[in-house]
Ligand binder design. Sequence first.
Ligand SMILES: CC1=C(CCC(=O)O)c2cc3nc(cc4[nH]c(cc5[nH]c(cc1n2)c(C)c5CCC(=O)O)c(CCC(=O)O)c4C)C(CCC(=O)O)=C3C
Ligand SMILES: [Fe+2]
Length: 371
Amino acid sequence: MSDVCAATPYDALLLLSFGGPEGPEDVVPFLENVTRGRGIPRERLEEVGEHYFRFGGVSPINAQNQRLLDALREDFAAAGLDLPVYWGNRNWAPYLTDTLRQLSRDGRRRVLVLVTSAYASYSGCRQYRENLAEALATLEREGLEPPAVDKLRHYFNHPGFVEPMVEGVLSALAELPVARRDGAHLAFSTHSIPLAAAEASGPLGGAYVAQHEEAAGLVADAVAEATGVPDRPWRLVYQSRSGPPQVPWLEPDICDHLESVHEAGAPAVVVAPIGFVSDHMEVLYDLDTEARQKAEELRLPFVRSATVGADARFVAAIRELILERAASERGGCPRRRALGASGPSHDRCPVGCCAARESAPAAAGADSPYA
Ligand SMILES: CC1=C(CCC(=O)O)c2cc3nc(cc4[nH]c(cc5[nH]c(cc1n2)c(C)c5CCC(=O)O)c(CCC(=O)O)c4C)C(CCC(=O)O)=C3C
Ligand SMILES: [Fe+2]
């Protein structure tokens, strides 16, 4: 199905991500970028720096994004979708501001933004919108025409995100000895955030946990159906907590949960990184290194399931979401696929969505200072 004006009014897609260091000399400046003004204790920073140094100072995230870009370009070409794809990051090169300058110089007037987080939260949604507003303001100061930006809706409940996760959990279960498979518990893991940020997430609050519960439940249901094990225990758990200890963050922590699973007599556990789009450092260190070691201490068989990465179904879902948004911007009524009860998420974040303590201007939402 080829349609040359399918993405109209958009003339570019921007992949907006976190960014990561490319070598040991990048680690400290990267961490300074990430934590500027965020009140992370010095000891936590040193500890996280060590995670990166263990992997040669190289975060996997940039290569993962490069793979996703390649897959998107291939998929668009095969589908006859003529939409150039750009890439910019919050914390490392290619920096968002440089990419927006390029978009402006290339004459792109209306850009759709794909963020590498599937859920509503300050860190995963609003902070990116603030980064966009800041970068657009920089372009204006420099006398460059800033493109209009819109952000794709959250995709945590899109079949193209859920289905690869289901397949990943089924493959992980298949790696366990047959005798332990049917009794294995599932732990769906995501990034912990401060309780206050969780409460403020989404248009009405509480969206971060609610969306994760929905996605995890969808995966658990599909796994139950495929394995014929209807009552397998599962739980949403949290990892990668930072910030000062007196500030409450979402719990239980994955490692504490592994203890509970062990005490409950589980024969094995499959950990599904539902909160992450690809194998970030949080997956390689906090799950594959730290949580795995905890499971080994407990003699609890442990398999970590795959992230969606550049899975063809996920890539096709992104294309579908682009065409959907373009059609609705043209005044149409496209099909908006979403699994489960909560329905498709909003296209445009309303005023106050994922509000932070100190409010900064945010683009790509109803309260954007840019059209
Ligand atoms: C919700 C969420 C996502 C998922 C959504 C999304 O994907 O955006 C995410 C992703 C990521 N977080 C990452 C790295 C870090 N996050 C940190 C700190 C923090 N993350 C937070 C939340 C999240 N983070 C929060 C509330 C903090 C506290 C400081 C603050 O309020 O800002 C710190 C500082 C040290 C530390 O405290 O851990 C680092 C180094 C990387 C790159 C990994 C790689 O290199 O592969 C990625 C993809
Ligand atoms: Fe939001």
